[in-house]
Design a protein around this ligand. Structure first.
Ligand code: GBH
Length: 473
């Protein structure tokens, strides 16, 4: 062993795995569940998804949750992150109709976890908006903040005495692309005034509202922790030049800072460079108002500091130079950077996912500096292949990424408290359907029983959990 301490997990470090409701549950119309935007999209525009796949049955975890929990138990995970399907609990999105059978399902799942000594970590919103709320504009409508408030209050009342780890919203940075780029449901490509920024504005307020509901009404009894789940590529300068370094810093501020700065920084509000650049470009375009909406002072204060820990999903990195690519997203143009891929980086089934382990380390260092080294929990990290059971490439990816994370802890003093693999199961990978496989457990989607088979990576992960050390074969 080269440097044993470097490959050893700190005491109390949590190791888990993550899933999301629409990606695994199935049972799309059972027991009174309402329709959400993914049901709607996959049923009305099936061609939007590779092979016209949908999540009607998915991994059938709605029925097979006990088997899933026994897999978690067998692997040895400390914690399991899953999301609640809003329309199972509130079929119409609001409190007009409360669905007891949906509520019972999550009680059964949570109880099964606790009985097996696995901590539940619950995401309140992982992309499956009630269709009724989409019909009033979805996240472009600021009223969504109120509907989110009603939903989360009910959830805290129902499950808050059992759940201590909460994520409010998963990856606002991605959600907005459902409005501008047809990348997710609701599958819109509106191009008026940067709808991304408008949807993002509502998402930030919704997160903060959820935090305050918890803080005022539940925290003193339930004593849990809340976070907003960020995501992003880490941008590194293409060369040592000041120009490239400035470009990478701008890119990271528009990537992590957009949703990170308002919540996690000392000052709150959007990153100053984002404010400055979008305002400037909006003016040049002859607009009287900036495309980036403005928070009032009261709103800045309401959003600032609304977290107990920082959750982050991370998969890959990019290189960066300065400049405007007219074919890139408006956000990239506003930030004045161009993104590059190093040809030598290994690829995988997901074209966007290049294997860049050192980017993981550098991301932790950036977060430490930006957000005062508050505790970071990696809620997703993983590798995509074609579904092979002997998933050697996944094991290599995981070994290298986790090693970089431990180096960030020991050599750079980054405050990292937990790590979850994405994902427990091969599952419905949004518009890529079942063609992308991120699971450490194989699922046979041709089998009505959805047979689960642990892959080679499960052996590797079991060793990690038992020995608290990374095997360096
Ligand atoms: C996570 O999103 C999700 O939380 C999870 O549900 C999902 O299954 C998992 O990752 C795996 O994808 O370079 O322009 O082509 C991560 C979403 C998807 C973000 C791909 C970056 C590439 C954009 N990532 N996307 S591009």
């Amino acid at each position: 062993m080269k440097d044993k301490i470097k490959y050893t997990f700190p005491d109390n470090f949590l190791i888990g795995t993550s899933t999301a409701a629409y990606q695994i549950e199935g049972a799309w119309n059972e027991d009174g569940k309402g329709e959400n935007i993914w049901d709607k999209l996959t049923h009305t525009i099936p061609k939007a998804v590779t092979n016209e796949d949908n999540g009607d049955i998915a991994c059938d975890s709605y029925h097979k949750y006990k088997e899933d929990v026994s897999l978690l138990k067998d692997i040895g995970f400390n914690i399991y992150r899953f999301s609640l399907n809003w329309t199972r609990i509130l079929p119409d999105g609001d409190l007009s109709h409360i669905n007891q059978k949906g509520i019972d399902y999550y009680h059964r799942l949570i109880d099964e976890l606790l009985n097996n000594k696995i901590e539940p970590m619950v995401t309140l919103y992982h992309w499956d908006l009630p269709q009724k709320l989409q019909e009033i504009g979805g996240w472009l409508n600021p009223l969504l903040v109120n509907y989110f408030e009603d939903y989360v209050r009910l959830v805290f009342q129902l499950y808050g005495n059992k759940v201590k780890w909460w994520n409010t919203i998963n990856e606002p940075l991605e959600i907005v692309h459902g409005y501008s780029e047809k990348r997710y449901a609701p599958y819109l490509d509106l191009d008026a005034m940067s709808v991304d920024y408008i949807a993002g504005h509502t998402l930030l307020k919704a997160h903060a509202r959820a935090y305050h509901v918890y803080d005022k009404e539940f925290r003193h009894i339930q004593k849990g922790k809340l976070s907003l789940t960020l995501s992003g590529f880490f941008y590194s300068p293409m060369s040592d030049s000041q120009e490239d370094r400035d470009a990478a810093e701008r890119a990271n501020q528009f990537e992590f800072g957009w949703f990170g700065h308002p919540v996690y920084s000392k000052d709150g509000d959007y990153p100053p460079i984002m404010r400055e650049l979008v305002d400037k470009r909006s003016k040049e375009e002859g607009r009287q108002r900036s495309r980036l909406p403005v928070f009032t002072k009261a709103e800045i204060e309401e959003i600032r500091g609304t977290s107990d820990y920082l959750t982050m999903n991370h998969y890959t990195s990019r290189l960066c130079t300065s400049g405007i690519d007219p074919t890139a997203k408006v956000r990239f143009q506003d930030a004045n950077f161009i993104s590059h891929i190093d040809e030598n980086w290994p690829s995988c089934q997901a074209v966007w996912l290049k294997v860049v382990p050192w980017g993981f380390r550098d991301m932790f260092r950036w977060l430490k500096k930006e957000y005062d080294n508050q505790p970071v929990y990696i809620t997703e990290n993983g590798y995509c292949d074609e579904g092979e059971i002997i998933d050697v490439n996944r094991v290599n990816y995981l070994r290298e990424y986790i090693t970089e994370m431990l180096i960030a802890i020991y050599d750079y003093g980054c405050n990292i408290i937990g790590y979850n693999f994405w994902s427990l199961l091969d599952n419905f990978e949004w518009l890529n359907g079942y063609s992308y496989k991120f699971g450490i457990v194989h699922v046979d989607f041709n089998d009505p029983e959805r047979k689960r088979t642990p892959k080679f990576s499960v052996k590797f992960i079991k060793n990690i959990i038992q020995d608290r050390i990374i095997p360096q074969v």
